[in-house]
Design a protein around this ligand. Structure first.
Ligand code: ADP
Length: 359
């Protein structure tokens, strides 16, 4: 794979042009100050341009700036002015010394630039490797855990005498369905994020009763999870223009997070209301909440809060990114906050009236 951050030893034409402009500017500045300052100021001005060229664009431009400075200094300021003759030994020594120092300084500065670029490249590579490793470990964990659970339940059902009563068999079957749903959701999220990012999954909006979306999502919850959810949804909510499949994904991701990041004995409260032309849905939990300052970051792709509470749970950090992209594609907003007495509150809004593009 080609590295995005590539080091170029020889700068482009731009480097040479800026070095030329820099030397011209130094010449003009010294011409203006010539009467008031000594010759060494010209040397410093030119050296300054050489260093800037070396650190900004590389060794080639620095050498070019050094040679050009040597020529300009000689032509414009060394007696006899306006020629390339050097009659005084003192001036010749000053000029040659300048050229030597300029070349060395340029080389040192270009070396420092090269090392800085190489270090940045190495650290970008390292970061990419770290991200890949953590993504792979999260992905394998998110795939393996439900698979192991499915295998255990299916094995128990298959082994005679292991399941003695109907209730136990039903619970195992339910656990299989629940874990298959988890896997299905995980794979959906991975596919959704790539489709959304490619702009290949635009919402197909139809006026829809929100309560039906909620009903479909609730059916996918296990019995233990479903009893934790308290609903406050008025029966007379207006229809909302939405993409049914996308909106199910939004609700599922929020509910799944709330179940995942909170103690299993706590309740979740889902409120829906129509207000000021928008449907507003909020999900409140009684978990640790979102650490202060992370409320916006958690919607960034692959972003996971690094706190002991969050580290206990697997995940890849795309669930909320998907929620945000879908809700915004519907013309709504989604945000996270903390309730005054603890717990996270995730809220999203959806316009009740379809807005035409540009209105
Ligand atoms: P994942 O759950 O895979 O890490 P998400 O994008 O769904 O990815 O969530 C991003 C982060 O937001 C999580 O890692 C978690 O730290 C935080 N988060 C999400 N929901 C909650 C919640 N209900 N309570 C506390 N933190 C949450």
């Amino acid at each position: 794979m080609k590295n995005r951050l590539s080091f170029r030893k020889w700068p482009s034409l731009y480097g040479y042009i800026s070095a030329t402009v820099g030397v011209a500017a130094a010449t003009v500045i010294f011409a203006l100050l010539n009467r008031y300052v000594s010759e060494s100021v010209a040397g410093m001005l030119y050296l300054f341009v050489v260093v800037i060229s070396a650190t900004g664009t590389g060794l080639g431009a620095a050498i070019w700036a050094a040679l050009l400075s040597f020529i300009c200094w000689n032509f414009f300021f060394v007696h006899p002015v306006g020629t390339f003759y050097i009659t005084e030994t003192r001036s010749l020594i000053a000029l040659v010394t300048f050229l030597g120092i300029a070349m060395m300084t340029g080389q040192l500065a270009a070396g420092a630039r090269r090392r800085a670029l190489e270090a940045a490249e190495a650290s970008a590579k390292l970061e990419a490797e770290r991200l890949k490793a953590s993504l792979l470990s999260s992905i394998s964990h998110d795939l393996r855990t439900p698979l192991a659970s499915i295998k255990a339940s299916a094995t128990s059902i298959g082994v005679e005498d292991a399941v003695t009563d109907e209730i136990q068999r039903k619970a195992l079957a339910q656990s299989i369905v629940h874990n298959v749903d988890r896997l299905d959701n995980f794979v959906s999220n991975l596919l959704d994020i790539s489709r959304l990012e490619a702009g290949a999954w635009l919402p197909n909006k139809e006026p829809y009763p929100f309560i039906e979306i909620l009903g479909t999502v609730l059916q996918r919850l296990s019995d233990e999870d479903a009893v934790r959810l308290e609903l406050f949804v008025p029966a007379d909510l207006p229809l909302v223009p939405l993409d049914e499949v996308q909106m199910q994904q939004v609700l599922w991701n929020l509910i799944e997070n709330a179940l995942k990041y909170t103690p299993s004995e706590t309740l979740l409260h889902l409120n829906a209301r129509a207000d000021d032309g928008f449907l507003e849905v909020s999900l409140r939990d009684h978990g640790p909440g979102v650490p202060a300052g992370e409320e916006k970051n958690i919607f960034h792709k692959f972003y996971r809060v690094s706190s002991p509470a969050a580290n206990n749970h697997s995940g890849v950090g795309i669930g909320l990114t998907i929620c945000k992209q879908i809700v915004e594609a519907h013309g709504g907003r989604v945000w996270a906050a903390n309730a005054p007495d603890g717990g996270a509150v995730f809220t999203f809004t959806l316009p009740l009236i379809e807005r035409k593009r540009g209105t």
